[in-house]
Design a protein around this ligand. Sequence first.
Ligand code: C2E
Ligand code: CA
Ligand code: CA
Length: 661
Amino acid sequence: MHRYVAVVCALGLPVLAVVVGTTFHELVEAAPGFVVFFGPLIVLGELLPIRVMRRDGEEEITVSTTFAFALLLTSGAAAALLSLTAASLLADTIRRKPYWKVAFNAAQFSLSIGAAAGVMHALGVAALPRANITGADLPVLILASVVFFLVNNTVMGTAMALAENLPVRKFLGRDFLFQAGTTGVLLSLAPIVVAASDNTLFLIPLLLMPIAAVHKCASILLAKEHQAAHDPLTGLPNRTLYRERAVEAVEDAKAAGTDVAVMLIDLDRFKEINDTLGHHIGDILLQQIGPRLEAVLRREDTIARLGGDEFAVLLHDVADQASAMDVADRMLEALEQPFTLTDVILDIDASIGIALHPEHGDDIDTLLQRADVAMYLAKETRSGYQVYSPERDPYSPKRLTLLHELRSAMESGQFVIHYQPKSSLASGRPIGVEALIRWEHPEHGLLPPDLFIPIAERSGLSRPLTLYVLDHALAQVRTWHDEGFEIGVAVNLTLRNLHDPTFPLDVARLLQANDVSAQWLQLEITESIVMADPVRVLGVLKALGDMGIDLALDDFGTGYSSLAHLKRLPVRELKIDKSFVMNMTRDESDAVIVQSTIDLARNLRLRTVAEGVEDEETWFRLARLGCDVAQGYYLSKPIPPAELTAWMRAQLPAVEAAHPA
Ligand code: C2E
Ligand code: CA
Ligand code: CA
C-alpha cells in the first residue's frame, strides 16, 4: 500500500510541476475570471463531500470534480490543477489527514487532469474558447472526460483495494458502475456549466440543483443497496452479503489453493434473555456482539448476522484447521467478558461450528450446512466450538454406511452393554446401574452410542434397539439378584419409544420374561425429548408410571423445561446434566445451577442424581448440598457386567464399615 502511494506521488508530483509550468500562460491569458468564480465552488465541494453508505462501507463523493473539469475547459490545466490541489490541501489540512494522503491526492489529480489535458493538447484544443462550444467540440470533450475518469478511477480504486486488502482488478470491476454513475455524471455536467457560464455566471447556481439531485438519488440508491445487504439492527452484513462474499472467497481460494473457514456462532440461551429481560435488552446485546468479535478478527474477515442470535464469520486464507480453532478460541474469549446492558450485567456463552474449504466441502451451501452440524454438536456438548467431523454428521456418507451396517449388527450380536454404578451420597452404597450401549464394530472398534443412536432413531431402528438393551439389562439384573446384589437398572429411551403406544406392553412382556419386578427398572428420558412434545408423550409415560416403573428426567438443565410441565410428568428423579456437575468445583455459576436444581427437585419431591462426578471434592460438595445419588468416573466408568460385579464386591466391605447395618 505505502509503496503504491510512493509510486503515485513520484509520478504525479512531477506531472503537477510540468503541467503547471507549461500551461500557466493559458491561465493568465485565457480567462482568469473563471478561477475567481469556480475556485470557491471547488473549495466548497471539497469541504462538503457527500458521505454515502456503500455495500462495503462508507465512501465520499465530492462535487468539486464538475467545477475542476469546467476550469480545465475554460482556463487550462494549470488553473484546474492549482485550484483543485489548493482546495484539497485546505480540506485535508482541516481534517488533519496524514501528509502522505495529502500528497497522494495532489498526485492523483495531477495524473488525471494531466492526462485529460494531454488528450486535449494532442487533439489541438487547449483551453476551449468558451464562447464557441459547438457540436464539433463534443468528441474531444467526451474523450477528455473519459480519460480523466479512467485515470482518476484507477489510481483511486487501486489505493482503496490495497487498503481493504481486496484483489485490485475485482474491486475496480465491481466499483466501475458506481463511479461511472457519480463521477461520470459530474464530468458530463462540466461542459454544460461552461456553456451556461458563457451566457452569465449567475446561471451556475441553478446548475447546482441538478448536481444536488444527482447526489440525492445516488445516496438514496446506495442506501437501498446498503440496506439490502445489511442487518438493520446491528449494521452487520446480512445473509445475502455473507453468502456473496463467501462464494467469492471460495472461488479465490480455489484459484490460489488456500483454505477458507466458515463459522457459525449461536448464543446459548438467548431466548431466555429475551423472554426474561425483554426484547429491548436482547437487541442491545445483539448490537454488542459484532464489535466484540471484530476486535479479534482481521480487517478482511467478514462477520455477519444471519438472523436471530445467529452470527457467521468468514475467514479468508486460513493456514490450517488449528488457526481456525485459534480464532474460535479468541472469539469465545472475547464473548466471555460480561456484557453491560443498560443496568444489567450478563454473562453470555456461545457455540461455534467450523467448516473448512476445501476439507469439508467446496461450495458455500455445503460449508454452511456442515458448520451448522458442527455448531449443534458444540451446543449439545457445551464444548464452545467444534470443527465439522463426518463421523458425527447424521447426513454424511460415512454415517449412511453405518446405518446400513446397523441393521445386521443387531442380529450378529455386535452390541454390548456396559454398566455404570450409581451410589447413594448419604451412605456410599451402590443402589443401581445405568445400562449404556456400545457397538463392537468389526472395523471401527468400540463405537460410542452418540455415533449410532441418532441414526437408529432416524431409521426406525429405535424400537428393536431399546428392546435389545432392555432385554439384556433385565436378564443381567436377574443374575445380580440371584447373586445377592439388590440393585436396579436404568435404561435410556428415545423419543420414538415414547411415541409408540405399544411400548409399555413390550416393557411388561420383557419384565415378565426375565422375572424381574417393575420396581427394579428405571427408564431415563431426556429433558429435550419430553419438552419437544410434552402432551404427546404423556400417555406412554403415564402407562409406564402406572406399571410401577420409576421414570427419570435425564440431562436436566440442558433444555428448556417448563415448571408447569415438570409438575405434570410422572417422573420421580432429576438427573443433573454432567456438564454442570463436572465443573461445579471450578465454575461458580455451574455450582449455582446444581444447587438450585437440587432445591427445585426437593420442592417437587423428586430425587436428584448428579451425573459426571469425577472427583472426591465434587462428591463431598454434592453430599453437603443434599443431593441424593451420584454417578460418574469417580465411582467407575461404564464397564462390562462381570467387572461391575467385581466392583460391587470390592465396595461392600467399605460401605458396611462406614454404615454398619
Ligand atoms: P447419558 O444417558 O447422559 O449417559 C451418561 C454418559 O456420560 C455416558 O456416556 C457416560 O459414559 C458418561 N459419563 C458418565 N460419567 C461420566 C463422568 O464422570 N465424566 C464424563 N466426562 N462422562 C461421564 P456414553 O455411554 O457415551 O453415552 C452417551 C449417551 O448415549 C447417553 O448419555 C445416552 O443418552 C445415550 N445412550 C447410551 N446408551 C443408550 C441406550 O441403550 N439407549 C439409548 N436410547 N440411548 C443410549
Ligand atoms: Ca442416561
Ligand atoms: Ca445424562
